[in-house]
Write a protein that binds this ligand. Structure first.
Ligand code: ADP
Ligand code: MG
Length: 360
């Protein structure tokens, strides 16, 4: 990292930094100074090309959360990210070489996990994301900028995918006809959530949009999930995106590029754990219509991502980085395997959600 001392001085801190955590998007550093510990992040401007808008979103959401936590008698510095301003009162320090840096208070004595080792851990993560949604329930979601436009616009994702098939610029479509057919034949899935938002059947809410386990800080001693981090993708959206993506990623039995598809399926005990944590926290906030769409939401997000992977494979792997030639095709296949597995488990998932709803 260039001129770190200069950047730290801008935040009134005189000390050294070291790389921290396992994030894949931003560069994250831990700062240990006499005034306390901080997290310094260089924003990945290839992904987030408007850092000012991004920081406006984060500041609004984080300060709203902090007020809610205070009302509950909690500790905002432990239960949410809190920004540290520069000496000039800014949320961002810009360097001469075009870098953008921001700083948060460090949440002490926590750990993160890459994958849940047991359903209880996943249940705890779901509670953290549920609390996040609950605290932001009164926040006017339409005040937030759409940092990545059409992120979960599955209708548009379908149109982009169809275009990639039609153009077939790399001549790869002929080799993946069953996968293309799989996606095209499920067009009816594409507007289940977007249509419900458009018709006003489900509310527009603040959505985290990256509900992975490693974005939750767990207390080192109690193993309770205490803080949701990584607010870069907070946007207006649906709570079903957060639930669905949590399931798609965390309830899957295998890695995103697993080649042996017999190993890829949705683990129902993990589905249940996540649904339980989410519903326990969101009772009184989540609507009946949202609850009714929880079982199908993981399938929709897997379908959407599968189309993005396959579309990128057809386009010549221009968006998702690959480590070997057909990795995006492997990734598409795992997502489509999840879609068909969840299709076959739909009535079980509905039963689980019904049972949990009655308990709450
Ligand atoms: N305020 C914080 N206190 C403690 N740890 C943090 C804090 N913010 C981030 N981390 C750690 O740094 C990691 C990467 O941060 P994150 O914002 O998720 O970056 P990325 O967008 O690259 O995933 C997190 O997974 C977490 O382990
Ligand atoms: Mg992260």
């Amino acid at each position: 990292m260039s001129n770190v001392k200069d950047i730290l001085k801008r935040f009134n801190i005189d000390n050294a930094a070291r790389a921290y955590g396992d994030g894949h998007i931003n560069d994250t550093y831990l700062i240990e100074a006499s005034s306390g510990k901080y997290i310094l992040q260089k924003i990945n401007t290839a992904v987030f090309n408007n850092p000012y808008e991004l920081m406006r979103n984060i500041e609004r959401v984080a300060s709203f959360m902090a007020e809610e936590i205070k009302k509950e008698g909690g500790d905002p510095r432990r239960e949410t990210l809190m920004l540290v301003k520069t000496a000039d009162g800014e949320n961002l320090a810009r360097t001469e070489d075009g870098g953008f840096y921001r700083m948060y208070y460090f949440v002490e004595d926590t750990v993160t996990y890459q994958a849940a080792e047991r359903p209880e851990q996943f249940y705890n993560a779901a509670k953290a994301f549920g609390v996040f949604q609950k605290r932001l329930a009164e926040f006017p979601a339409d005040m937030l900028s759409e940092i990545i436009p059409d992120f979960h616009n599955t209708v548009k994702r379908f149109a982009d995918f169809s275009e990639a098939v039609d153009k077939d610029i790399m001549g790869r479509a002929g080799g993946v006809l069953p996968e293309i057919e799989f996606a095209l034949s499920r067009e009816n899935i594409k507007n289940i959530i977007t249509g419900a938002i458009d018709r006003g059947e489900i509310p527009l809410r603040v959505t985290h949009n990256d509900t992975k386990l490693n974005n939750v800080l767990f207390d080192k001693k109690t193993d309770e999930a205490i803080c949701v981090v990584d607010l870069d993708t907070v946007m207006p959206g649906s709570l079903l995106y957060d639930f669905g993506d949590g399931i798609r990623y965390g309830a899957s039995s295998a890695a995103e590029d697993e080649k042996d598809l017999t190993k890829v399926f949705c683990r129902l005990d993990y589905f249940e754990a996540f649904a339980k944590g989410f519903l326990e926290e969101l009772g009184g906030v989540i609507t009946e219509k949202e609850i009714s769409l929880m079982p199908v939401s993981g399938q929709i997000i897997a379908y959407e991502l599968g189309m993005r992977f396959l579309g990128d494979y057809l386009n010549g792997d221009v968006y998702f980085k690959t480590h070997y030639p057909a990795q995006n095709l492997d990734r598409a296949r795992t997502q489509f395997k999840l879609v068909s597995d969840m299709e076959s488990k739909m009535s079980e998932m509905k039963d689980i959600v019904n049972r949990l709803t009655k308990q709450n």
